[in-house]
Ligand binder design. Structure first.
Ligand code: CP
Ligand code: NVA
Length: 323
């Protein structure tokens, strides 16, 4: 079934733990709202009728963040609401249990964003809280990132189906969410990773189910040059994710041949663009020349975190009249 054939269901009150929690049609609806909000915002940096007045968002961040934090905090303010950033003083399961945190917050705020290592903790929070819980990154998934990434690709290329994205690096949280969403939209998602850094098998099998339904393709290999041939987008992320710092040196060796540089972009062919979720290690997984060069989509990608997450909040909190 393609996105256009799926019945539209309200997103109000839903959680977003995995990007696979939303159908392609539901994501397309978020994208319509995002486009509208982005256009309004670009016109005069504010919305004439902010759709979430008086609404509040709790942000439980157990790990550092620039983009996710600022896009949600600024986003809530622009929508007429308010965000509360909670970090070292609320360590989930330390001062009080995840359940008790959920039972307090649900009485005070309209939604929660959680950033933590353990995906199970995010799932537990969502199970316990009766307000929407949004995954702001776990070691398993980064759904807000993938939502913004696919939006960015659609905006730039004007289509998704059949488009090739080559992810070069670690089969990590960012890859997982990108593969699931790309699979739902009929894209070809390739991964070139060093032996030993394959993605989670359960995620891959879910992505394969989505790909079977949409006509998407998933490809895996170890050779970056093979992976990028004919790609529209080359995507990379840090070789060491937050929480894996003890493996930094070992990973630097394992990933040394997986750097995204101009030669790799040249191997892809004409029209290829580079993406990175950021933060980047310049001279590590990507060169400064690529990041700052004409074939970079990175800064647009970062900006779209704001627009897409605002749209997500509007849809989950029921802030705009449904068409
Ligand atoms: N890409 C991303 O999620 O960035 P932050 O870790 O800075 O939020
Ligand atoms: N894979 C990275 C993404 C950071 C936004 C991490 O988990 O640290």
């Amino acid at each position: 079934m393609n996105a256009a054939d799926e019945p539209l269901v309200s997103l109000v009150g839903r959680d977003l733990l995995s990007v696979a929690d939303l159908s392609a049609a539901e994501v397309s609806r978020v994208y319509q709202t995002a486009t509208q909000l982005k256009t309004e915002f670009h016109a005069n940096r504010r919305h004439a009728r902010p759709p979430l007045p008086g609404r509040t968002l709790a942000m439980l961040f157990q790990k550092p963040s620039l983009r996710t934090r600022v896009s949600f905090e600024a986003g809530m303010a622009q929508l007429g609401g308010h965000a509360i950033y909670l970090t070292h003083d609320v360590v989930l399961g330390a001062r009080e249990s995840v359940r008790d945190v959920a039972r307090n917050l649900e009485r005070m705020v309209d939604a929660i964003v959680v950033r933590t290592g353990s995906h199970e903790v995010a799932l537990e929070l969502a199970a316990q809280a009766n307000v929407p819980v949004i995954n702001g990154l776990t070691l398993r998934e980064h759904p807000c990132q993938a939502l913004a990434d696919i939006f960015t690709i659609q905006e730039r290329f004007g289509r998704l189906e059949g488009l090739v994205v080559a992810f070069v690096g670690d089969g990590n949280n960012v890859y997982h969410s990108l593969a699931l969403l790309g699979a739902a939209f009929g894209m070809e998602i390739r991964l070139a990773h060093p032996p030993g850094y394959a993605p989670n098998e359960r995620i891959v099998s879910r992505a394969r189910e989505l790909a079977d339904a949409s006509g998407a393709r998933l490809r895996f290999g170890h050779d970056p040059v093979d992976a990028v041939r004919g790609a529209a987008v080359i995507y990379t992320d840090a070789w060491t994710s937050m929480g894996q710092e003890a493996e930094t040196e070992e990973r630097r060796d394992a990933f040394a041949a997986y750097r995204v540089d101009d030669a790799l972009l040249d191997a892809a062919g004409r029209g290829v663009l580079a993406m990175h979720c950021l933060p980047a290690h310049r001279g590590g997984e990507i060169t400064s020349a690529v990041m700052d060069g004409p074939r970079s989509l990175i800064w647009e990608q970062s900006e779209n975190r704001l627009h897409v997450q605002k749209a997500l909040l509007v849809e989950l909190l029921g802030g705009m009249p449904k068409g």
